[in-house]
Design a binder for this molecule. Structure first.
Ligand code: ADP
Length: 566
């Protein structure tokens, strides 16, 4: 009884509990399977879908009915299906879990997933199905790709910066303006991927831009744009606006119309012009690049061009300042030369004028009396005596002035004549260069110092060198050469020679030292005379000799050390 009443109960309860627990575990598994954020699927050995979870159906926009019992080739493209199938096959063959990267096409495009596939075994240890869990890594992949692109971009930027740095350092080593201009042009063309280019410098006097370097243009273009000052061209406009001008297409740019034919024959459709400006915004030049196709260089493309332009601007500005300085120095030297002589000439003219006026008056009176037949011998003698006296007075004035110069003590310092020679050659460098005079320095180093007035000695040398240049202007059939030599003569004298290949002074070399002797239209004829007085005031000598085979040599000798003139 007890058995009867308890027996069935006894066997039913554990089964029920077991069923219940199985159900619970199935529900848990189902919930786990269903709520996984990954795509989960189960296929049989033939590749037919047994189960897919909610996320799988959502991501692939597919219903339970559409997928259950279907194979990949019935749902996906053949290509995709083939790749899924190949991977499934591998797992079935190997019988172990494996990992794959698979691409599936969803509504918003391709998605990449890491798919873990694993075999499911029955009690006999046979594979009866294949399970898979896919993790979508599309977003991670995109971020990775972006990161890689950024890394590449940074690496490219770094390379470009390094190249720029190297190039800038290289530019600093270029002294010669033309080479610098050429290098900058090449670099600008390369950095913008341009087809042609040119650099113009601004001619302040003519107020035009002139091409000094170009790449890829023919003669007709160079002729047409030899001097630019109008508004139509890109460089003309940039010149007026003092800012970059880009003409994206010369065919549609109305202002460019007058130059279209030349652009067509040169073969460019687009052009950009970047002005080169000084710090005070003065125009120094223009850097232009040209393109075969309509084009607008990006700011990024122009970045390096701007840096090169800044470098060129600085060099141009420095060169300009140097030129102005040199011109000022020469001008100063010229003015100081004229001032010294002008002052002397004025005082001479003033002093000499009086006796000269008296001589003239006396002679005119005699002439008048002679014409009227009233010139008595007595009057004539008196007049002649007065004239002789006035003449003597006039030459006494000159002698006095020369004596005055000789007595003028001036500054006396121990000076290095080689240094003075170099200074004066520096001052006359432009003059020498413009007149194509070759200069040959033959200086004895070291040279003993002499006691003298630095400025006066400079002026004497300046006068000799300027005279030499002027004497060579007419020479066209032989080189124009100037030799400046320094040496020691008989141990206690310095001998300086200024030798030229000019027209020469003829046989009477000494007459050039006569006051007022000049063969020049605007000459004063006082330079050599004063120079001789100044050298004598230093206890030295100045003389001239014909040079062989042509030209003249001026020598001056100065006592070494602090010796005073006797
Ligand atoms: P200026 O230069 O004003 O004529 P200078 O006294 O300096 O005055 O020179 C006088 C003249 O001497 C010159 O006009 C020129 O005829 C002559 N002379 C001077 N230096 C040379 C030279 N190197 N070669 C030829 N002639 C010279």
């Amino acid at each position: 009884m007890l058995f009867d009443s308890w027996g069935p109960m006894h066997t039913f309860e554990p089964l029920k509990r077991a069923q219940q627990s199985l159900k619970e575990s199935e529900t848990r598994l189902q919930a786990f399977f269903e709520n996984s954020p990954n795509l989960v699927f189960l296929k049989d050995r033939q590749g037919r879908y047994l189960h897919v979870n909610k996320e799988f159906k959502r991501a692939l926009r597919i219903t339970e009915e559409q997928i259950k019992g279907k194979r990949d080739d019935e749902i996906f493209s053949l290509e995709q299906a083939a790749s899924f199938h190949t991977n499934d096959r591998q797992v079935l063959d190997a019988g172990v879990p494996m990992e794959f990267e698979e691409v599936s096409f969803q509504e918003d495009g391709p998605h990449t997933s890491i798919v873990h596939k694993f075999p499911l075994l029955n009690a006999e240890g046979e594979i009866y199905a294949i399970g898979g869990i896919a993790t979508d890594i599309t977003e991670r992949k995109r971020a990775e790709k972006e990161l890689l692109a950024l890394r590449d971009e940074l690496a490219a930027e770094l390379t470009a910066m390094t190249r720029l740095h190297e190039f800038s350092t290289h530019l600093l080593t270029i002294d010669e303006l033309q080479s610098l201009v050429e290098e900058v042009l090449d670099a600008a063309i390369a950095s913008q991927n341009a087809d042609f280019g040119n650099i113009q410098l601004y001619n302040h006097e003519a107020q035009v831009l002139e091409i000094v370097a170009q790449r890829g243009f023919q003669q007709d273009f160079l002729e047409h744009f030899r001097c630019v000052s109008d508004n139509g061209t890109a460089c003309g406009r940039a010149m007026k606006l003092r800012e970059r001008v880009i003409v994206e297409d010369v065919e549609t740019d109305s202002e460019f119309a007058p130059h279209r034919h030349i652009a067509e024959s040169a073969g460019f459709r687009a052009v950009q012009s970047t002005p080169l400006l000084s710090r005070s915004c003065e125009l120094l030049g223009m850097l232009s690049t040209h393109f075969r196709r309509p084009h607008r260089p990006s700011l990024r493309d122009l970045r390096f061009t701007d840096l090169y332009a800044r470098h060129l601007e600085e060099v141009l500005e420095r060169k300009q300042a140097q030129q102005v300085l040199q011109m000022t120095q020469v001008e100063l030297a010229r003015v100081s030369r004229l001032t010294t002589m002008g002052e002397l000439a004025a005082s001479i003219a003033h002093e000499v004028n009086q006796p000269l006026a008296a001589v003239t008056n006396n002679s005119s009176a005699c002439l008048r009396l002679l014409a009227s037949g009233n010139l008595k011998p007595e009057v004539l003698r008196r007049s002649l005596e007065e004239m002789v006296a006035d003449g003597t007075r006039a030459s006494a004035v000159i002698a006095r002035i020369r004596a005055f110069i000789q007595k003028t003590p001036g500054e006396r310092n121990l000076v290095d004549m080689n240094e003075i020679i170099q200074e004066v050659l520096g001052l006359t460098a432009r003059e020498l260069c413009e007149n194509r005079v070759q200069i040959d320095r033959q200086l004895t180093e070291p040279i003993p110092r002499v006691s003298g007035d630095r400025v006066q000695l400079q002026q004497i040398l300046l006068n000799l060198i300027m005279n030499s240049i002027e004497a060579m202007v007419a020479v066209t059939n032989r080189p124009r050469s100037l030799w400046v030599q320094s040496g020691v003569y008989e141990s206690d004298n310095l001998l300086i020679a200024v030798r030229d290949s000019g027209t020469g002074i003829g046989s009477d070399a000494d007459r050039v030292f006569t006051p007022f002797f000049t063969t020049k239209a605007h000459g004063m004829g006082m330079g050599l005379s004063i120079s001789r007085s100044l050298i004598e005031a230093h206890g030295g000598r100045l003389w001239a000799e014909p040079n062989s085979p042509n030209g003249t040599v001026f020598y001056f000798m100065l006592p070494v050390g602090a010796r005073t003139p006797s």
